[in-house]
Write a protein that binds this ligand. Structure first.
Ligand code: HEC
Length: 174
């Protein structure tokens, strides 16, 4: 990018000499100490870290229609973006059927969805929309209630088809 051309040279000089460049991109604001737990929360595959609360597929349908359908499809099968209910021709490896752990589904939705406004949902809403996705994938029954006790016990249909490379190599990074 930094060529001999004068116009670019000026831009390059300002980028290189900028104090912000040395410290990082200088975007955003530092997190307040008391906000860190809200962003640092995570759920392990065995359910460690799951919060209190609960949700049903029926409650999750409303969450889905309000926050998810515009990107993943009205029924969760159409897309345009990676529909988590399936498998369908549009997307054969739906998250709600092919991911190995229901706890991971919960964790991902809670930290990353809805895509433009992540962490907007309450824990009850995340339990509910996770229940909705699982039920529509026929992994749990319609009257199931998902919470910190039941979600880790959900057996995802594709779990046994994953290969644990770390176990094969004889060492784990954690
Ligand atoms: C503005 C569009 C948008 C909305 C609204 C949205 N998502 Fe997503 N979703 C995405 C995108 C983009 C990805 C892929 C993100 C990635 O791979 O990092 C994704 C990925 C996912 C995945 C993982 C799919 C896979 O197969 O890997 C799940 C599950 C999911 N979203 C659930 C939800 C739920 C539940 C909601 C509503 C609470 C929601 N999304 C709302 C855009 C959206």
């Amino acid at each position: 990018m930094c060529t001999h051309k004068a116009v670019l040279a000026a831009v390059c000089a300002s980028l290189i000499s900028s104090a912000a460049f040395a410290d990082g991109p200088n975007l955003g604001l530092p997190l307040a100490e008391e906000d860190i737990p809200f962003y640092a929360r995570y759920v392990m595959i065995d359910g460690t870290g799951l919060p209190p609360g609960e949700g049903t597929p029926a409650a999750g349908k409303i969450v889905w229609e309000t926050y998810c359908g515009q990107c993943h499809g009205a029924t969760g099968t159409e897309g345009p973006i990676m529909p988590p209910i399936g498998p369908t021709q549009v997307f054969p490896k739906s998250a709600g059927k092919f991911w190995p752990y229901a706890t991971t589904l919960f964790d991902f939705i809670r930290r990353a969805m809805p895509f433009r406004t992540p962490k907007l949902l309450s824990d009850d809403e995340v339990y509910a929309v996770t229940a909705f996705i699982l039920q529509r994938n026929r992994v749990i029954p319609e009257d199931a209630v998902m919470n910190a006790a039941t979600l880790p016990r959900v057996l995802m249909p594709n779990r046994e088809n994953f290969i644990d490379l770390w176990a094969k190599q004889g060492e784990r990074p954690y």
